[in-house]
Write a protein that binds this ligand. Structure first.
Ligand code: PPE
Length: 312
């Protein structure tokens, strides 16, 4: 996760100095929200995938958390992302913006806290393992439910919400699986601990509706790609046994990219390896993020040399 600089509150701070105080409310109460974005090497230089959409969701996470005002405009945040990538001389990296309650008295009144915003970048390889991209992953249905929308809201990447994901992921790994699939509070399939989920059956693609899941930007990209490839798609509730009898299951996310699920709860999915629909979508996805398919050129924000609004 190493890099030379982390952008914090408008300045590039050397990696070692980017620390927070023990009494930061963010640390005690999980009062923070983050984004996860990837920058890929493209024929035109480093290109950030759907940066504007990620930054919009970042600001919306603040809104869901109840921030009265976001201290930076979308333009400044975009410039700051570009600047941080350039300063660290990355061609490909993961980008982690974070807003966090960095100071003020401890206590449950957010209005008394001080807000900070930071952006880190680092080189992050495959999330579920190199092998998983080709061979697929093994998952279990978690005994932890996904968040109830009226307890921990699901549209925001609020740091405290991720305890739920960490519990599910750690249990899955300790149980010998690669990842957890979580059911919503009503018992329907929601998402992975850090990915959205798709099912393929008889050539048609299904995915859970957005009510109880994170509105994944990769999910949206996959829906557009699958639509352009001519697949019929349905956003509808899915039960765990519909996963067991699917022809293909795959998950997607910024970190995870597009990965097949070859086994769930010790049941093989389809033939127990990546299926043809998943493969087609995975290939199209990688072509899009790497700037190799002009149909998706609008999704890529090339990291430019100089940014005006920061004055740097
Ligand atoms: N659901 C959850 C719960 C989730 O955390 C992510 C992203 C997604 C779906 C996919 O959303 P999107 O990235 O917009 O397609 N998970 C992040 C991983 C977090 C981690 O630190 O681990 C990510 O992919 O960046």
């Amino acid at each position: 996760m190493k890099s030379e600089f982390i952008w914090i509150n408008g300045e590039l701070i050397p990696y070692k100095e980017a620390t927070i105080h023990f009494l930061s409310p963010a640390l005690h109460y999980g009062l923070a929200a983050f984004e996860g974005i990837r920058c890929y090497s493209t024929p035109n230089g480093p290109g950030v995938f759907r940066l504007a959409d990620h930054l919009e969701r970042f600001v919306n996470s603040g809104r869901v958390l109840g921030l009265q005002d976001f201290p930076y405009s979308l333009e400044i945040l975009r410039d700051a992302v570009h600047l941080t990538i350039r300063a660290n001389r990355f061609n490909e990296c993961y980008i982690r913006p974070l807003l966090y309650m960095s100071g003020g008295p401890l206590g449950l009144n957010m209005d008394a806290h001080e807000l900070s915003v930071g952006i880190a970048t680092w080189e992050w390889g495959t999330y579920l393992g190199e092998e998983a991209l080709e061979k697929g992953t093994r998952m279990m249905i978690s005994s932890y439910s996904r968040l109830h929308p009226n307890a921990n809201m699901t549209k925001a990447k609020i740091s405290g919400n991720y305890v739920n994901s960490v519990l599910a992921k750690t249990l899955a790994l300790r149980s010998g699986f690669d990842e957890a699939i979580m059911l919503d509070p009503d018992g329907y399939v929601a998402e992975g601990s850090g990915e959205n989920l798709f099912v393929v059956r008889k050539g048609k693609i299904f995915t859970p509706p957005t009510a109880s899941i994170l509105e994944g930007i990769t999910r949206d990209s996959v829906l557009q790609i699958a639509g352009n490839l001519g697949f019929e798609i349905s956003e509808e509730r899915i039960t765990r046994d519909q996963l067991y009898i699917a022809d293909e299951v795959f998950v997607c996310g910024t970190a995870a990219e597009v990965v097949a699920v070859r086994e769930i709860d010790h049941r093989k999915i389809g033939p127990g390896k990546m299926g043809p629909v998943t493969r087609e979508i995975q290939q199209e996805f990688f072509a899009a993020v790497r700037g190799e398919n002009n149909d998706y050129a609008d999704w890529i924000d090339i990291v430019t040399e100089a940014e005006a609004s920061l004055g740097i």
